[in-house]
Design a protein around this ligand. Structure first.
Ligand code: MN
Length: 346
């Protein structure tokens, strides 16, 4: 069975250097705790120093490939790791995205059977972002896009970002909405007890982003737009009955502008989910039931998550072999335009 992992984190030294400056500087960015943990590891730092994430992020051809071989992982769909470029000013963000996309394309061209890639863009200037998106697909041959949720507290349903949605739809390339810390307006109650990150805050933030695309009606304007959410849909598939019920009510009383479908129908039409960081069979089964086995894709979240656990989770999932093969590879091949093995270049 072919194994394609679809949320695989990677970085380049230039981006790491900028993030290290953030870690040392006066920035009050909400990404700072994450950035300090990964890019500014000092002896005695509680926690992260046990995990050499930065080495794993900057490496593609050495340990990563060896580990892929060891556990039978055919391909990583790589993307510049969170928080990506969005915390920087517009020009820095754009320049770093272009550089990262160029480097990513070098890797995918050197190893067409081992690496595919999701391009970055700087949403701050949506028209410039759309041009870079076009270059990433048409010139660099990358496979889609990754955005790390909000940009300075703003979300993709905002009309200012529609050139980005329009470009993704026209290029028929998915946008993977990856978590990042909640914006200043929302993060307050998550800070105490350290709840802002993967334990809960990331899902709250990213699920909200997905739901905003649905509840804003923006998917009526871009009906062929494809959105990918990690972590088995950031809670949305679990909540879908209540979301449908309440959205009907809100449309009835006029609190929501009318939109054409029920939220569950947008979820099944426009969204795919991945298993990143959710090696648990019950929510996997729920996503298969709610969305269909053709809308779920396997992911590791290397180097933050451990490959053997992720492989064992999927190998032992109570699924038919046909569904398992879909989730392990075929859905990703279809969603991201990854060549099936027989057709792949050498
Ligand atoms: Mn991730």
């Amino acid at each position: 069975m072919r194994l394609i992992a679809t949320e695989e984190a990677w970085s380049i030294p230039e981006v790491a250097a900028e993030l290290k400056k953030v870690a040392h500087g006066p920035s009050q960015s909400l990404d700072k705790p994450l950035v300090k943990g990964v890019y500014d590891v000092e002896p005695g730092h509680p926690g992260y120093d046990a995990y050499p994430f930065l080495d794993g992020l900057l490496d593609a051809e050495d340990t990563r490939l060896k580990q892929m071989d060891q556990y039978g992982v055919a391909m990583h769909l790589l993307a510049l790791t969170a928080p990506g470029v969005q915390m920087f000013d517009a020009d820095t963000a754009h320049e770093l995205a272009v550089l990262a996309n160029d480097r990513l394309a070098e890797l995918t061209h050197k190893y067409p059977k081992r690496f595919a890639g999701l391009a970055s863009f700087a949403p701050h200037s949506p028209k410039r972002a759309a041009r870079e998106m076009e270059r990433a697909i048409n010139e660099l041959g990358l496979n889609g896009f990754m955005i790390n949720s909000h940009t300075h507290g703003e979300y993709l349903d905002d009309p200012k970002f529609w050139p980005i949605l329009e470009a993704a739809e026209a290029l028929d390339a998915p946008i993977y909405i990856h978590p990042r810390p909640l914006p200043a307006s929302a993060i307050g109650p998550y800070l105490e007890h350290e709840l802002w990150a993967g334990i809960w805050g990331y899902a709250a933030e990213t699920g909200l982003h997905g739901l905003r695309l649905i509840a804003s009606g923006v998917l009526d304007r871009f009906p062929r737009l494809r959105i990918v959410l990690g972590h088995l849909g950031e809670g949305l598939p679990y909540f879908v009955y209540r979301i449908d019920y309440m959205s009907r009510l809100l449309r009835q009383i006029g609190s929501h502008k009318p939109y054409e479908l029920d939220p569950s129908e947008y979820l099944r039409r426009n969204f795919l989910v991945t298993t990143s960081g959710m090696n648990h069979h019950p929510p996997l089964q729920l996503c298969v039931d709610v969305l269909g086995a053709d809308r779920v894709m396997w992911a590791i979240d290397y180097p933050y998550q451990q490959t053997p656990e992720c492989v064992e989770f999927m190998d032992t999932a109570p699924l038919s072999d046909e569904d398992r093969a879909q989730i392990y590879a075929h859905n990703a091949e279809r969603a991201f335009g990854i060549a099936a093995p027989a057709a792949a270049a050498s």
